[in-house]
Design a protein around this ligand. Structure first.
Ligand code: C5P
Length: 340
């Protein structure tokens, strides 16, 4: 029987899920703070952040992929190059483009919504992931899961209702940064759609081949470079006289680097969660992060706890639990890189 990979005796499956929950909360809070704490003319460029994240994530994945090639291999570099540029590598271009769009939209959403509101609305990912899984992977959902999805939509709706009121409270506290909840929710809705489609597509590519996850990650990052570079070129073209480093990394301070680091860590963790657990459990980990980031928002941003927010969050959490609470479906776990 295959051994379950573990670190310090804890199965990687649980370690990666719990770490992902903490990472999700940390990202929401740090990203929100890094965006709203600066006035618009002192803000850093999200496009630069997304590109930097992809370059770092791709480089780390490349090192891991290299270290996983047998030392007995005559030329490890040649082997790595042929693995990365495999005939089916183009398949990763689809999730790569979708993730770049999602990662840019995340900045729009987090800049225009309160941290906790963003986190709760982002749970709609579970809905889109389910939809695309049924459509593309022909996955079957149980009746309680469909009910859970309905509750999820209702819960997110309830949280949206209170966002308008809470908006006034936060604007009163900080006039530096005007948030636009409609823009924020549109960005979240689109990001949820790309998240679901990209996740399911990545799942499909991973499931249908033996290729190492880290090689897939390198391919994903490589295909992300072009779409991530496009808005950066646009930024540079607007004022080429200052030099590209000065233009792209303007106001790129400690908080921006913190956001990038947490994003890099999160991307690698997502890959691990997909490998050692599955997308369904991943949804559960992110819903746990709602509670964590909600408490952090109360402490850090004077977030006002409204009754409506509590009701909406409770519905989202119960729905997430209901969705995840199902008889174990062997196929959803065993596809994740070959151990039952
Ligand atoms: O919220 P969701 O799970 O859709 O977010 C996935 C995030 O993880 C995206 O930021 C994406 O760029 C990243 N990712 C990654 N490597 C993978 C899969 C996702 O970096 N293999």
């Amino acid at each position: 029987t295959p051994t379950v990979p573990s670190l310090w005796g804890i199965p990687l499956k649980y370690l990666s899920l719990v770490t992902l929950a903490v990472q999700n909360s940390l990202l929401t809070v740090i990203m929100h703070y890094s965006r709203v704490s600066a006035t618009p003319d002192h803000a850093y460029s999200p496009a630069t952040a997304v590109l930097t994240t992809e370059i770092l994530k791709g480089s780390i994945s490349l090192l891991i992929a290299f270290s996983r090639i047998e030392p007995s291999e005559p030329s490890r570099i040649k082997r790595l190059v042929s693995d990365v540029f495999s005939p089916d590598c183009w398949k990763l271009s689809i999730p790569a483009i979708l993730y770049v769009i999602q990662n840019n939209l995340q900045f729009v959403a987090v800049s225009n919504l309160q941290a906790a509101t963003f986190q709760v609305s982002y749970q709609m990912k579970i809905l889109t992931t389910a939809g695309f899984s049924v459509l593309l992977l022909r996955k079957k959902l149980t009746s309680p899961q469909w009910v859970a999805l309905l509750f999820l939509a209702i819960g997110v709706g309830v949280v949206q209702i209170q966002a308008g009121g809470a908006q006034l409270l936060e604007d009163g506290a900080s006039r530096d940064h005007a948030m636009n909840p409609i823009k924020g929710f549109l960005a979240v809705a689109t990001a949820c759609t790309t998240s679901g489609l990209a996740g399911v597509y990545f799942e499909m590519v991973l499931k249908n081949s033996q290729t190492d996850l880290w090689v897939r990650n390198v391919q994903l990052s490589l295909f992300s470079l072009l779409p991530a570079l496009a808005p950066v070129f646009y930024l540079y073209a607007a004022e080429p006289q200052n030099g590209w480093i000065a233009t792209l990394f303007r106001n790129f301070g400690g908080w921006a680097w913190a956001t990038v680091s947490v994003q890099v860590f999160g991307g690698l963790l997502t890959a691990l969660v997909i490998k050692y657990s599955d997308n369904i459990l991943k949804g559960f980990a992110t819903s746990l992060s709602i509670v964590i980031s909600f408490m952090a928002s109360v402490a850090l941003f004077n977030f006002q706890i409204t009754f409506t927010f509590l009701v909406g969050s409770a519905i989202v959490l119960v729905a997430t639990w209901l969705y995840n609470h199902q008889p174990k479906r062997a196929e959803s776990i065993s596809w994740a890189m070959g151990w039952p």
